[in-house]
Design a protein around this ligand. Structure first.
Ligand code: CU
Length: 126
């Protein structure tokens, strides 16, 4: 009797674990549609490559800015409170969250004259 009860509990526990595993799998696959975006933007005089970044609303973005130019550059995305300053020959990585609202958000280099020289880009959230 006791042994049978233990077996019953074991069976119930295994079913419960199986359900928990299924539930976890379902939720993680659900969030994988908004998996973090990892990308590198190179900065030179006076442009970004790529000049357009696509993301989904609220997506986590792991951005590396690589400065392959000969002067300091920045990557400023005001809407997400991002300002990355990169010395020539260096890379800087920052993680931030894309805006929750779909739209087109400009990023730019805020060093005097660079934006005017064409150092701008767009984060497109949709
Ligand atoms: Cu610049």
């Amino acid at each position: 009797m006791t042994r049978r009860t233990i077996l019953l509990f074991a069976a119930v526990a295994m079913v419960a674990l199986g359900l928990a595993a299924c539930g976890g799998g379902a939720s993680s696959s659900g969030s994988s549609s908004a998996a973090p975006l990892t990308l590198t933007v190179t900065a030179t005089e006076f442009k970004y490559d790529p000049a357009v970044i696509n993301a989904t609303p609220g997506q986590t973005i792991n951005l590396t800015v690589k400065n392959i130019g000969s002067v300091q550059h920045t990557f400023v995305l005001a809407t997400a409170n991002v300002k990355i300053t990169v010395d020539p020959g260096k890379s800087v990585t920052q993680t931030f969250t894309a805006p929750a609202t779909a739209g087109t958000y400009a990023y730019e280099c805020d060093i005097a004259g660079h934006k005017e020289a064409g150092m701008v880009g767009q984060l497109i959230v949709k």
